[in-house]
Write a protein that binds this ligand. Structure first.
Ligand code: APR
Length: 314
């Protein structure tokens, strides 16, 4: 069989999708297809990224399209299509708008890339991942949501800044739903192996946790015309790379739980082992009383969103 590069399709060539295409291509992860219903934009951005390759020297092709036939046989599909958050519009407000978009895109993905591992990015994330899994009908191993990598990246960056240390040495874990309802776990945060609780006061840790929780809103407020995209794109590519290279990394992702953490039938952020098959394992950990209460509160928020989907007939 002739050698074939991995194929990564990104649905939605907006801020997140196009940046994700650039990062994935720059890391030489494979051939990238950028699809948007706005065909000219997808084609224009793809050409621009391809030409960046002539400077950055990556080998993969980058192709823009509005036709799912061009995405056929993808190894991975990243779903970013939908409306971004705008000031005054919460993630939950986006539910109805984006559920339709996600469902229609997933019907096409199922038809054209039935073996792909799909990463959902469209918000409200945990509910959109639920819609995606339902429409795709794929096993849970091949449908994941990107949230925890981004939420923990935000926390990592604030901790590194506070302590004036390299962000490489900060390790933190975030569970639960995306954004407001995320559950940071300061007890499991380490800086170069030293527990964060021995480096910072509880007040400072709480302030940094709050900052991370509001991280997305802060950027929406500043941008005024959209939501974050650089860190989301970098976070997506970390997950894509873990799967395509079978890295067997443990990353916080939204996974469809089947009894783990006492939850069934919902996407919730938990530590996941990511490898060539996608979700290889949901890693369970013991939660103390406070963590368990915060986790359950967060799961309640996700469940309410999924109930809203049913109520709205979405
Ligand atoms: N099919 C294909 N593309 C679509 C569809 C559809 N049915 N509906 C919308 N799109 C495209 C839009 O044309 C637009 O180019 O999705 C793209 C979304 O891009 P942006 O508006 O720039 O949004 P972005 O900032 O990239 O965010 C995308 O990721 O982080 C989340 O909350 C964010 O849900 C949002 C998503």
């Amino acid at each position: 069989m002739p050698f074939r590069r991995k194929k990564i399709s990104i649905i939605g060539a907006g801020q997140v999708g196009a940046t994700c295409a650039l990062v994935a291509a720059s890391r030489d992860l494979g051939d990238v297809v950028l699809l948007d219903r706005a065909e000219g934009m997808a084609k224009g951005k793809a050409l621009d990224i391809l030409q960046a390759g002539a400077v950055q020297l990556f080998d993969g092709t980058v192709r823009g399209t509005a036709d799912y036939a061009d995405t056929a046989g993808s190894d991975m599909v990243v779903l970013t299509a939908g409306s971004p958050r705008r000031p005054g519009l919460t993630r939950d407000d986006l539910l109805a708008i984006n559920a339709d978009v996600v469902a229609s895109c997933c019907r096409e993905i199922k038809r054209t890339s039935p073996e792909a591992v799909v990463i959902v990015v469209t918000n409200p994330l945990d509910a959109m991942a639920f819609v995606a899994k339902r429409e795709l009908g794929f096993p849970r191993e091949r449908v994941l949501g990107m949230a925890g990598v981004l939420d923990s990246a935000r926390f990592h960056s604030f901790v590194a800044e506070e302590l004036s240390v390299s962000v490489r040495d900060v390790q933190a874990l975030v569970l639960g739903g995306h954004g407001d309802s995320m559950v940071p776990m300061p007890r499991h945060c380490f800086v170069g192996g030293v527990p964060l609780t021995q480096l910072l006061s509880l007040e400072r840790i709480t302030a940094l946790v709050e900052h991370a929780r509001r991280g997305g809103d802060e950027i929406v407020g500043l941008l005024e015309t959209g939501s974050a995209f650089y860190a989301p794109a970098a976070s997506i590519v970390q997950m894509v790379e873990a799967v395509l290279k079978n890295q067997r990394r443990i990353l916080p992702c939204a996974a469809y739980l089947e009894g783990e953490y006492g939850v069934s039938g919902l996407f919730v952020g938990v530590p996941c082992l990511l490898g060539g098959g996608g979700l290889e394992k949901v890693c369970e950990m013991e939660l103390d009383e406070t963590e368990r209460a915060a986790f359950e509160h967060s799961v309640g928020r996700v469940r309410a969103l999924v109930d809203d989907l049913a109520r709205l007939g979405l």
